[in-house]
Design a protein around this ligand. Structure first.
Ligand SMILES: C[S@@+](CC[C@H](N)C(=O)[O-])C[C@H]1O[C@@H](n2cnc3c(N)ncnc32)[C@H](O)[C@@H]1O
Length: 194
């Protein structure tokens, strides 16, 4: 039977994730971004915000193994993954002392629960992005990278402006594994300027 484009941008990755042992289809977004942007290097210390169920942690571990460190934070529980230090916390009330040491890369796939009320969904997203930026300001090393999810519109404009202040290079990315119909996209900042 012929498949429409939503199959190729969506369902294909659900079955591929099962087949390849990834905990989420989101793993393919990071695989694709890493392939084009070469995010990870051995010895990196990585912080994954909104990490559950763990697909991005799996991809990070495949790339650095035990050579550096990977810390994941999520409001939900996450079944253990080899090599991942998991912190179960709500970012909005996070005790920053739980994050140990400087980070070379911060990756974030966080999105708030969507209510369908556009204004409050946007405000909730921006609230989370502001917290992510405060974590980046505190823990990301000079020269470090930050990959964050946002949505076309207000949150993209907000994040693009904030990234431009902090990073020498800023790029919008829409990986193939991100559904065409979804207005999510990612912003990658590289070479943090202080
Ligand atoms: C799209 S999922 C992340 C998927 C993950 N990248 C993967 O590959 O498995 C977004 C995550 O953000 C988390 N999240 C949303 N709001 C949060 C908050 N306030 N604090 C911490 N985590 C949050 C959700 O619980 C959810 O697990």
């Amino acid at each position: 039977m012929a498949k429409d484009s939503s199959y190729y941008s969506g369902e294909k990755y659900n079955s591929l994730a099962k087949k390849k042992g990834y905990r989420s289809r989101a793993a393919f977004k990071l695989l694709q971004i890493n392939k084009s942007e070469k995010l990870f290097s051995k010895n990196d210390n990585i912080l994954d915000l909104g990490c559950a169920p763990g697909g991005w942690c799996q991809v990070a571990f495949e790339n650095i193994g035990f050579s550096g460190s990977i810390t994941g934070i999520d409001i939900l529980n996450m079944d253990m993954i080899k090599g991942i230090n998991f912190i179960k916390e709500d970012l909005r009330s996070l005790n920053m002392d739980l994050i140990k040491g400087p980070k070379d890369i911060v990756i974030s796939d966080i999105a708030p629960n969507i209510s369908g009320i556009a204004f409050s969904d946007t405000m909730n997203m921006i609230e989370l992005l502001e917290i992510e930026l405060s974590i980046v300001d505190k823990f990301l090393v000079k020269g470090g990278k930050f990959l964050a999810k946002c949505f076309e519109g207000e949150s993209f404009l907000f994040l693009n402006k904030e990234f431009s202040k902090r990073f020498n290079s800023v790029k919008r990315i829409k990986p193939d594994a991100s559904r065409i119909k979804s207005n999510e996209c990612y912003i990658l900042g590289t070479d943090k300027n202080n």
